[in-house]
Design a binder for this molecule. Structure first.
Ligand SMILES: Cc1ncc(COP(=O)(O)O)c(C=O)c1O
Length: 446
């Protein structure tokens, strides 16, 4: 057994027990369920977050690499954004009539995002995806969506689960059925395999003029192969369909203009959310005049889409990112992180590597026995938490993270790999203090 002091999260566990009784599903976001981490070790409830750290309800302090599943990009409670929001609150969190901020943010988005000529707002990622799909269907007068990636909780998307066996289904979350999603929607959203252009071609041949849009996360942790997104765009347009990018997760860190700016392929419509407002609810759907303008005649309307909090937070976040050359910052920081982590991994006998783009590096455990990988991952997440580092196997750095945070992480990884090494030589059961963590939902995109 490890010699480290027993990590106490009793208050978290008590709250979680209470949640079991009064909150179906226990959390609002599946990625915040305790089963996604080392249950009993990783914190479940926090009381304060600042910069790259948070304090849980048991007064443990953690270095945070999750950062609200990437929604925090500048750091928790970031002064520049929070001051802009506080100033705005004093002037009104939402007006009765419209706010000019709506146009100021739209100007900023149009300036930065290559495909943006018109802008609509939402309050979150799934919301943005649902709106993008509504607009694409309305603009083309067609119903079907071919997609690749994770696009949220809404009916249009979850109906794709009817196309697979929920128990061993490849998509999107084995074990979760589309309960409550109208069966009439089955076959209206169809997944395709990322980077498999033949698979996409055959779906287009099959569904032809019914296809409103091809929608995909253009990338996640790796760049797509050269020319892939151009081919997808070409296929979409030859078929009279629109191309939608879901940049809810890949936008902002890599570039304020999104992955599309970095890769050089412009879609017709793009869904954004998460990091665009550093932790305040906000989302946007942007696109070309031709694809967005018909929304003028569609019923797309909601009270809080243009509240002043989200607008001012997003405007301040983008201003800060731009004036601090965020694109280069994330590139340099991620490269340093990857280099130092690689060094410590190379000195370990555990088969593990760090890969992915600098703004979102991922740790991959490798084993000849596939059943050993979840054990390695769980033990890793558990041991990191015990040393005060809260993470899965993905890093979501923020601009508040420092070189010292990298060094703390590297030391913790070194220790965690030593424990995994010992477990591999004897028995994982002797070292695991948590059940094997659940796989996050499958996103189809690397
Ligand atoms: C690519 C992508 N699209 C959509 C969503 C859904 O966003 P939200 O959880 O804000 O509804 C996510 C969330 O992880 C995402 O990564």
């Amino acid at each position: 057994m490890t010699s480290m002091k027993k990590h106490n999260i009793n208050n978290s566990l008590n709250l979680y027990k209470k949640a079991e009784k009064i909150i179906p599903g226990k959390t609002q976001l599946i990625s915040r369920r305790s089963s996604q981490f080392a249950h009993g070790i990783n914190p479940i409830y926090a009381k304060e977050s600042k910069g790259g750290y948070f304090i849980d309800v048991d007064d443990n302090k953690y270095l945070d690499w999750m950062n609200a599943v990437s929604a925090i990009i500048l750091g928790h409670s970031h002064d520049y954004v929070d001051n802009a929001v506080k100033e705005q609150i004093d002037k009104g969190s939402i007006h009765t009539v419209n706010s000019a901020l709506e146009l100021e943010l739209a100007d900023l988005l149009i300036e930065q995002i290559p495909s943006a000529e018109m802008v609509r707002y939402t309050k979150g990622g799934g919301d943005s995806c649902a709106l993008a799909v509504r607009i694409a269907r309305g603009t083309t007068g067609r119903d079907k969506i071919l997609f690749s990636g994770y696009h949220g909780w809404h009916d249009w998307y979850q109906s794709a689960n009817y196309l697979v066996n929920p128990e061993d289904g490849e998509f999107p979350f084995a074990g979760i059925e589309p309960i409550g999603v109208p069966k009439a929607l089955a076959g209206t959203a169809i997944p395709f395999i990322y980077e498999d252009i033949e698979n996409l071609k055959s779906l287009i041949d099959e569904h032809g003029e019914d296809v409103a849009a091809i929608m995909l996360e253009p990338m996640r942790s790796e760049f797509p192969r050269e020319g892939y997104l151009e081919e997808v765009k070409d296929l979409a347009h030859k078929n009279g369909s629109l191309l939608i990018f879901d940049e809810v997760s890949c936008g902002w860190r890599m570039s304020v203009g999104g992955a599309q700016k970095k890769i050089g392929v412009t879609p017709d419509i793009t869904a954004f959310a998460k990091a665009m407002s550093n932790g305040y609810p906000m989302g946007a759907v942007v696109g070309s005049y031709e694809s967005m303008e018909p929304a003028d005649r569609m019923f797309v309307s909601s009270s809080y889409w243009s509240d002043n909090i989200g607008l001012s937070a997003s405007k301040a976040t983008i201003e800060y990112l731009l004036s601090n050359n965020s694109e280069k910052w994330f590139e340099d920081y991620g490269n340093t992180l990857k280099k130092k982590v690689t060094e410590v991994m190379d000195s370990s006998s555990v088969n593990v590597k760090i890969s992915g783009i600098p703004s979102g590096p991922i740790i991959q455990f490798i084993s000849e026995e596939s059943s050993e990988i979840p054990l390695m991952k769980t033990l890793f997440v558990q041991e990191m938490a015990k040393q005060g580092v809260h993470m899965s196997t993905v890093f979501h750095p923020t601009m508040s993270h420092t070189e010292e945070d990298i060094d703390i992480t590297v030391r913790a990884i070194d220790n965690s790999l030593l424990t995994i090494e010992k477990a591999q030589k004897s028995n994982f059961e002797d070292y695991l203090e948590a059940p094997i963590l659940n796989e996050p939902f499958r996103r189809l995109v690397k």
